[in-house]
Write a protein that binds this ligand. Structure first.
Ligand code: GUN
Length: 376
């Protein structure tokens, strides 16, 4: 069975496809909920599958390595077994999380030495170590060990960092060729394009990554504080170079409108903590725009949470009730909002896919993006 099949290419770069893994199929374009520590925060696996209709979720090497540790992960038989999730999983490789979470770290050619944000203990991630951990986690798709540059980033720093990422990729590939899967299902390694906001560096990186011949490719180093237009420009330039017949994953993106614009630029997979993190802060994304559920204006509004929503929380609870839960700091508020936002993101990519198949994606996107951005 082929890993990636393109069902329909629209008039532009958007495409509708299907990824086949040993844990099932993924309809692309797809949004992947983030389950950093073997849990999509506040959401049950049953809800993810049945109400949100998630087709693949993310896990994080950095967090799972520190806790519960790989002894527990291997004793459980890998992450699918440990968290009772039998659909596809993708893991990020650790470097990006070391940079955003560990207060103390030291980079070298060898890898990155860092201090745990949990207990202050010291650890070393190398490309080989990241691959070993990701074999022990057993995700269907796993990521090369890279360095993500901050924004803004000096040209020379971006170039040096990108070259290091390319040397690390070679070490990731060598290690994974010598050390096969341990749980009996296939794992695919995706390399990551870097190069900050510099077109010439992005071009070099995309060519190096394409040359590696992986079954899918990712774009990193974006959505790190650069203007949206810069992110779209770089994505557009990189997707022009990455192979057309392989899935393209844009890491850490983004808002609902970022998702639609990225799909328009030829992206097939995306992940972001935004729907869950913002849900816990009372921000709801809907087809009508963005709602702050702590706002006084919902106090007496007994209409359904979201009349166009696809999940049970949208029909079964009112805006006034959810506002009350947030104002009262009830845990249920965060659960309801997280289910809503994730179900909305999955609905968003599903409808986008329908428009790609129907051949009117760009026209539809143009009309819907300004509405999605509205503050209600
Ligand atoms: N998540 C968001 N951006 C990145 C990136 O550039 N690299 C990795 N490994 N993960 C990311």
């Amino acid at each position: 069975m082929k890993f990636f099949n393109i069902e329909k290419t629209s008039e532009g770069k958007a495409r509708a496809g299907e990824i086949t893994t040993d844990h099932g199929k993924i309809q692309t374009p797809i949004f992947m909920p983030v389950g950093t520590v073997a849990s999509v925060k506040t959401v049950h696996q049953r809800e993810l599958k049945e109400d949100i209709k998630a087709q693949i979720i993310l896990g994080n090497t950095y967090h799972l390595y520190l806790r519960p540790t790989m002894d527990i992960m291997q004793a459980a038989g890998g992450l699918h077994q440990f968290m009772n999730w039998d659909l596809p999983i993708l893991t990020d490789s650790g470097g990006f999380q070391v940079f955003s979470l560990s207060k103390s770290r030291k980079m070298s050619e060898e890898g990155v030495k860092f201090k745990s944000h949990i207990d202050g203990s010291y650890h070393m991630f190398t490309p080989e170590k990241s691959m070993e951990i990701q074999r022990q986690i057993g995700a269907d798709i796993f990521m090369a060990f890279d360095e993500c540059t901050p924004y803004p980033c000096e040209y020379n720093q971006a170039k040096t960092s990108m070259e290091l990422t390319h040397r690390w990729l070679k070490r990731c590939i060598d290690w994974t060729e010598e050390n096969k899967e341990i749980y009996g299902h296939k794992q695919r390694l995706f390399p990551i394009v870097q190069g900050s906001t510099y077109s010439d560096l992005r071009k070099i990186s995309a060519e190096v990554i394409a040359e590696a011949g992986a079954e899918g490719n990712a774009i990193g180093g974006l959505s790190v504080g650069e203007p949206e237009e810069e992110m779209y420009r770089i994505t557009d330039e990189v997707t022009d170079i990455l192979p057309k017949d392989k899935p393209r994953y844009l890491m850490g993106v983004g808002t609902p409108w970022n998702i639609l614009e990225s799909i328009g630029l030829g992206i097939d997979m995306m992940d972001c903590v935004m729907p869950t993190r913002n849900a816990r802060n009372a921000m709801l994304f809907t087809w009508q725009g963005v709602m702050n559920m702590k706002n006084e204006k919902w106090k007496n509004d007994f209409s359904p949470l979201d009349e166009f929503g696809t999940s049970f929380v949208d029909r079964e609870y009112s805006k006034a009730y959810v506002r009350h839960l947030f104002v009262s700091k009830e845990y249920l508020a965060k659960q309801i909002a997280s289910i809503h936002n994730l179900a909305f993101y999955l609905d968003l990519v599903k409808v986008a896919r329908e428009h790609i198949v129907a051949g009117d994606f760009y026209e539809w996107k143009r009309s819907v993006v300004p509405v999605l951005r509205q503050r209600l």
